[in-house]
Design a protein around this ligand. Structure first.
Ligand code: UDX
Length: 431
């Protein structure tokens, strides 16, 4: 089957590459020439496990990129909208990129005779496909949704760093559609994937995505709250959650407490659901607490640091881990950001190391020192803050000896508290 993918960010690039790998003919569309050129020269515009190999196999064979909507719409039967939906200053999602994509699709559908199905994959608040996407495309194309073109909403549940694996091995596929024809033709695209496929209406599919992410974010904030209480009682919350997670009704996942959740999805999606609820006259207390607790959680690291050190001015603090989680170079909403801000404000000298995310962090902080090894980062430091759970941070016993004062604050349970040497002052965030 032939499909186009609008937007070559995390979701768009992975979707396009994986559909090509499944045997479809795929055209990526982006207005950014640089990204188009990168894909056409078989380079992934993002760091994602397994993506480079898929691009190498498929670009020039069943996959190519263009900035030309007309070419993409004319030569394919489906267009997946995968543009970003960033938050505006009030936390509501900014629909401009989505509206632009809809206008371009609509204009190019005007003269197309063959049936074409528009599939929204971008995360949008319930009813956006009905109230925003369909009216724009109908206006620009002069056609009616359902009878003259198909409309579907097919949310993604891809974790950064594991997105290719998640696309190929999903727990579920949700396909919302304006009618049976739209639902069934999108379902066919996934025929080679063996999983549970649910067919819904458009707004239910949109809601499933928000609830999925909001529930996981709630689990993390709940785990952090329990961790904060455990800390006050000298209990290791990880031991507690290991047992609690054995209850099949709870499951062991997303119970790791630490410095809070970040990334491009959880904070934005929970805030958008809060914004929508308030707009509807409902006060979403649980969701608001999830965000409130998450915003305060990184500062718990600072509370511990302040208790251990008389003053921060003039001290050297090492931050190990800048990415919002391991396995990615993404620093969006990373809990390291408020911490580095605070340290700089107090006059500390910050040295940072991350295996992948230093380049991205340079755009946020040009005034801290980045090192190419863990050793360099720890040399002569007064404290080390472990902010991301990279595997390479688990074996840093010898490197810790390079520090001036051996204070380690572990915000992600990277080190095993039972293995810490006697001369290291170790403090866990929630244990
Ligand atoms: C998430 C969803 O998992 C995915 O389905 C969705 O489509 C996009 O958003 P991602 O943002 O890549 O994926 O990150 P994820 O692995 O879910 O972790 C989110 C955040 O929660 C990270 O900051 C992580 O460190 C934190 N987290 C996760 C915890 O603090 N504790 C946990 O137990 C699990």
């Amino acid at each position: 089957m032939k499909l186009s993918v609008i937007g070559t960010g995390y979701v768009g690039t992975v979707t396009a590459a994986c559909f090509a790998e499944l045997g479809h003919e795929v055209i990526c569309v982006d207005t950014d020439e640089k990204k188009v050129d990168m894909i056409n020269s078989r380079q992934a515009p993002i760091i994602e496990d397994g993506l480079d190999e898929i691009l190498k196999r498929n670009v020039g064979v069943s996959l190519h990129a263009t900035n030309n909507y007309e070419e993409a719409v004319r030569n394919t039967d489906f267009s997946f909208i995968c543009v970003g939906t960033p938050s505006d200053i009030d936390g509501n999602i900014d629909l401009q990129p989505l509206k632009n994509a809809c206008r371009c699709l609509g204009t190019n559908l005007r003269n197309k005779k063959k049936y074409h199905c528009v599939v929204v994959k971008s995360t949008v608040v319930p009813k956006t496909t009905e109230d925003v996407v369909i009216p724009i495309i109908e206006k620009e194309s002069g056609k009616s949704a359902g009878s003259e073109f198909g409309v579907s909403m097919n949310p993604e549940f891809l974790r950064e760093g594991k997105a290719v694996y998640d696309f190929m091995n999903p727990d579920k596929i949700v396909i919302g559609g304006i009618d049976k024809r739209s639902q069934l033709c999108v379902k066919e695209l996934y025929d080679k994937i063996d999983t549970n496929v649910s067919i819904t209406d458009l707004k239910t599919a949109e809601m499933i995505k928000y609830v999925n992410n909001s529930f996981l974010a709630t689990k993390v904030s709940f785990a952090n709250e329990i961790g904060n209480i455990c800390k006050l009682m000298g209990i290791n919350t990880y031991e507690v959650m290991e047992q609690v997670g054995k209850d099949f009704r709870i499951s062991p996942h997303f119970l790791r407490s630490g410095a809070g959740f970040g990334g491009s999805c959880f904070p934005k999606d929970v805030r958008a659901l809060i914004g929508k609820s308030i707009e509807l006259g409902y006060d979403p207390k649980i969701l608001q607490s999830v965000i409130e607790l998450n915003e305060k959680q990184p500062l718990k690291v600072i509370d511990i640091l302040k208790k251990k050190m008389n003053k921060l001015e003039g001290t050297q603090i090492t931050v190990l881990g800048l990415a919002f989680k391991s396995g990615t170079d993404d620093i969006r909403e990373s809990s390291s950001i408020p911490i580095i801000n605070y340290l700089l404000e107090k006059g500390a000298y910050v040295v940072a190391y991350d295996p992948l995310a230093m380049n991205n962090m340079r755009n946020v902080f040009s005034n801290i020192r980045y090192t190419s090894t863990i050793e360099e980062a720890l040399e002569n430091s007064d404290a080390c803050l472990l902010m991301t759970d990279w595997d390479e941070f688990r074996e840093i016993d010898n490197e810790l000896n390079l520090m001036k004062r051996k204070l380690v604050i572990d915000a992600r349970y990277v080190l095993n508290p039972n293995d810490i040497k006697a001369d290291i002052k170790y403090e866990g965030l929630c244990w």
